[in-house]
Design a protein around this ligand. Structure first.
Ligand code: ADP
Ligand code: MG
Length: 232
């Protein structure tokens, strides 16, 4: 679906939270690489999609009422065959219904299992005085514990994207660490620029959270995305 249609449908349904599938469709249309993520409303459809995409796959609960999917038991990774997909589907439904009994669950999203990379996060929040601000950081404990994050006001230029990535304290981890391959920093800079363009041209978006993004020696991919729209 086109970005405009996704936004219109959300408005019509009176919701400000987009699903991961919708968020990734919008990001993809802005030229930001995401894992190909599709909706399955039944167990059989989940198996069919898994076979089309190719194992291993990841299943996640798809519900606008569950934004923190793992907390609700809504994420199952590295599923290697039909049997594992069927079990994961049942387990996700069971635990999500228990965790959020009022949630409306449209089904599960199915996506290929991305190969491991260096985990980074990118996002956008709206500051009451500065307006949209982009965020970049390393994933996991670097953000949660060390709050090692760089911010810039939108729109950004290429030099801002470079500076954002350079100024985080964990910068060295992007250069390769303990045998890990370095991250494609040029690609990450491009992603930040594309994110800036998206935010600049789509004022309806209130918040974006791409967490995690896997960075590789060549390229990077968004494996989880959340978008929140403004209420006005
Ligand atoms: P949450 O809503 O809890 O943030 P995520 O979609 O981020 O859910 O999934 C939780 C974790 O599962 C991610 O941090 C990542 O490590 C892993 N994961 C999710 N999707 C994929 C994928 N397509 N490939 C590989 N790992 C994934
Ligand atoms: Mg996530």
């Amino acid at each position: 679906m086109k970005t405009k249609e996704i936004l219109a449908r959300a408005r019509q349904e009176n919701r400000t939270i987009l699903t991961e599938i919708e968020a990734k469709q919008i990001l993809m249309q802005s030229g930001i690489n995401c894992t190909d993520t599709r909706l399955a409303t039944t167990k059989d459809a989940a198996v069919k999609l898994s076979e089309q995409l190719g194992y291993p796959v990841v299943l996640k609960v798809s519900s606008v009422d569950i934004t923190h999917k793992s907390d609700a038991g809504g994420v199952k990774v590295n599923l290697k065959n039909k049997w594992e997909v069927e079990n994961a589907f049942d387990a996700i439904m069971r635990s999500c219904k228990a965790a959020v009994p009022t949630a409306e669950i449209e089904g599960v999203s199915v996506q290929v299992m991305a190969k491991p990379g260096i985990e980074v996060i990118m996002g956008m929040i709206k500051d009451p005085s500065f307006g949209p601000v982009l965020m970049f950081g390393l994933g996991g404990i670097f953000v949660e514990v060390l709050q090692d994050v760089a911010f810039r006001i939108v729109p950004i230029e290429k030099s801002d994207a470079e500076d954002m990535i350079n100024e985080i304290k964990g910068r060295k981890l992007l250069e390769g660490y303990r045998g890990q391959e370095p991250a494609d920093v040029a690609c990450l800079q491009q992603m930040l620029l594309k994110l800036s363009d998206l935010v600049n041209t789509t004022p309806e978006i209130e918040e974006i959270d791409m967490n995690p993004v896997f960075a590789y020696k060549d390229g990077a991919v968004v494996v989880d995305a959340r978008i929140i729209l403004s209420t006005a």
